[in-house]
Design a protein around this ligand. Structure first.
Ligand code: SF4
Ligand code: F3S
Length: 112
């Protein structure tokens, strides 16, 4: 069991989530974060912290694609434990459809 970061994180990347995770299992890509599924202890405290409502428990149906993306990217992206300045246009991308197809980037972020 784990929580997963899903599509609406892309280009919103608020990073409120990293501040509350007791096991520091968030990893940073260029324009989104992921959760390492083997490190997450399923505590759920990050879910309500995300302004974009992008964090979901993997028990929710239809998240297979996102579980795989979280697992794959957590292996190569750097760890992030401190909130940074979100993108200036984050609000404009909240709720936009098709973000994965248009904007997903496999490039790593800078980490802490
Ligand atoms: Fe971290 Fe808990 Fe969120 Fe898992 S559910 S990513 S352990 S805060
Ligand atoms: Fe993304 Fe939400 Fe965290 S937008 S960076 S999952 S606070």
């Amino acid at each position: 069991m784990t929580y997963v970061v899903t599509e609406n994180c892309i280009k919103c990347k608020y990073m409120d989530c990293v501040e509350v995770c007791p096991v520091d299992c968030f990893y940073e890509g260029e324009n989104m974060l992921v959760i390492h599924p083997d490190e997450c202890i399923d505590c759920g405290v990050c879910e309500p912290e995300c302004p974009a409502e992008a964090i979901k428990p993997d028990a929710e149906p239809g998240l297979e694609q996102w579980l795989k993306i979280n697992a794959d990217m957590a292996k190569s992206w750097p760890n992030i434990t401190q909130k940074k300045e979100p993108p200036a246009d984050a609000k404009e991308f909240d709720g936009v459809a098709g973000k994965f197809e248009q904007y997903f980037s496999p490039n790593p972020g800078e980490g802490d």
